[in-house]
Design a protein around this ligand. Structure first.
Ligand code: GLC
Length: 543
């Protein structure tokens, strides 16, 4: 059963799961909700606390379900509402929570609201969307899907006007100035909460409102609406969460936490590319700089951090020279790039170097925030850059060495499982990984367990420790309620001998590494002397 702790998200490990890719229970070539149920034991054993499902609503799939045609149903490929209820019940039995995407900002152009709106100016649905005769309005708003869209306005022949959209032109933006739209969304939220869902990833949250003369992001009206949603949830469904997708600088994300009365969680987008920079430069400085620029957040809120997700590795929150450098380093081929990002998975980005993959995960699991694992990254899955858009990082989960990787027994599947070495199903699969005690899967599983058992990693304060070689071997403390952890990461390919000044609270004479359960280094006069192997890391318990 799930705990009754309303602050569960403070020290949770999340697992992002694409239903179509996970497990096909009825052999039609598409993963489905019943398939996820089949694999819950795997997820329970992995140790994660909460699953985030990519959109599961009926949709023409022009943006893989982020183009919603009906907020009250399940895409027929995935099953029915009954299957969803079953999934929630089975997950909860195993202590696992479920959240899914709440696509607030836009609908599909196939949604009945839009169909009505475009047909008839007098329809009440006309004002559900944002129309104009003049496509030069809101010209300061940037275009997000740069590789496909030329404008945020698209002419609609039937409507005889332009409609506003921040994403694909098949995704008209809803008009949040219209109170009826706000009420519709509250009703949608209520519907899913009544089905037992544990919260939402609030998609594309910065773009709900538009105002001439602004960049139409993070407007005060947006915050007012999210606060209204939060109040509705707190009043009626305490313990259910809002996780915001605001791909913004830390100072612009901070207001989404409000005074602890807006979102519970927000992704920390800018920290992600900087982990990759640090790994390549063998220097933690980029991560340090962004954390220093990150304001404190209310005690009842939490960051959500990740290495990869279902989208391109976004380079929106870096400087132009940094972006060029990241592309050169991590996306040498054109097909690896998309919009302002890189469409590759974790293992290929890190050259399938097991030590680097482990190191990257160790950073993820110890920085402030709750970590998210993207399905397949726990076994080092590869990608297929020859597929369109972001499909290359959404290929079938690799369960075993059979041709479809155990994902489906259908002959024709929505996408082929990766076949080519070194990432093909023959070698990269759950069955093989779980039998190999040295696999990345076991490394990550262990990190999940230790993370869960040590509240300092979720709730703890964060502080850099004073140490020698501080750029090459990052040293930080996580401190909470009588627990002091010192986290070390050697970013270099050489062994490093360092000495770290310990905080006064640290009392352990021989620190124990929580991951290996071995003692490491030696302490004298409140200084730790320790050797950290190439690309090595320790999570040391000092108290
Ligand atoms: C978010 C999703 C992305 C989607 C977009 C539009 O950024 O992560 O996959 O395309 O919103 O809904």
């Amino acid at each position: 059963m799930i705990s009754n702790d309303n602050f569960w998200y403070k020290n949770a490990v999340f697992y992002e799961l694409y239903v179509r890719a996970f497990r096909d229970s009825d052999a039609n070539g598409h993963g489905d909700l019943a398939g996820v149920v089949e694999k819950l034991d795997y997820l329970e054993d992995l140790g994660i606390n909460c699953i985030w499902l990519l959109p599961i609503f009926p949709s023409p799939l022009k943006d893989d379900g982020y183009d919603v045609a009906d907020y009250y149903g399940i895409h027929p490929d995935y099953g029915q509402l009954e299957d969803f209820k079953q999934l929630v019940a089975e997950a909860h039995k195993r202590g696992i929570r479920i959240i899914t995407d709440l696509v607030l900002n836009h609908t599909s152009d196939q949604h009945p609201w839009f169909q009505e709106a475009r047909k008839d100016r007098a329809s009440k649905y006309r004002d559900y969307y944002v129309w104009s005769d003049d496509p030069s309005l809101y010209s300061e708003a940037r275009i997000i899907f740069l590789d496909t869209e030329e404008s945020n306005w698209t002419w609609d022949e039937e409507a005889g006007q332009y409609f506003w959209h921040r994403f694909f032109s098949s995704q008209p933006d809803l008009n949040y100035e219209n109170p009826a739209v706000q009420d519709e969304m509250i009703a949608v939220i209520k519907f899913w909460l009544d089905l037992g869902i544990d919260g939402f990833r609030a998609d594309a949250i910065p773009y709900l409102f538009e105002d001439e003369g602004t960049n139409c992001e993070n407007l005060p009206q947006t915050h007012d609406f999210i606060k209204r949603v939060r109040k509705f949830m707190d009043d009626n469904y305490p313990g259910r969460i809002l996780l915001s997708e605001a791909n913004q600088w830390p100072e612009d994300v901070r207001p989404y936490f409000g005074d602890g009365d807006e979102v519970h969680m927000a992704f920390h987008f800018p920290v992600m590319p900087r982990i990759f920079m640090a790994l390549k430069q063998e220097d933690i400085t980029p991560v340090k700089a962004i954390l220093e620029r990150t304001p404190a957040i209310p005690e009842n809120t939490q960051w959500c951090i990740f290495l990869r997700n279902h989208d391109e590795l976004t380079l929106e929150m870096v400087t132009e020279p940094e972006r060029q450098w990241m592309w050169e380093q991590y996306a040498p081929e054109d097909r690896m790039r998309l919009n302002l990002g890189i469409r590759r998975r974790l293992a290929p980005l890190l050259n399938n170097n097991a030590k680097k993959i482990a190191l990257a995960n160790s950073i993820l699991f110890t920085l402030p925030g709750s970590p998210i694992v993207y399905y397949g990254d726990e076994i080092g899955m590869g990608d297929n850059i020859w597929l369109n858009d972001r499909d290359g990082v959404r290929t079938p989960m690799q369960w075993d060495a059979s041709p479809n990787g155990g994902f489906s027994s259908a002959e024709s599947v929505y996408a082929h499982a990766i076949q080519e070495p070194p990432y093909g199903v023959e070698t990269v699969n759950v069955a093989a990984a779980s039998q190999d005690p040295d696999s990345i899967y076991h490394v990550i599983k262990r990190m999940i367990r230790v993370h869960k058992n040590n509240k300092a990693l979720g709730w703890g304060d964060f502080a850099w420790a004073r140490s020698t070689q501080a750029d090459k071997v990052s040293a930080y403390l996580r401190i909470y309620d009588g627990q002091v952890l010192l986290i070390l990461h050697n970013l270099t390919r050489l062994e490093q001998n360092i000495s770290v000044e310990l905080p006064p609270e640290a009392s352990m004479e021989t620190p124990i590494d929580l991951l290996s359960e071995l003692t490491k280094g030696s302490v004298e006069n409140q200084r730790l002397t320790i050797e950290v192997p190439p690309l090595g890391y320790y999570w040391l318990k000092l108290l």
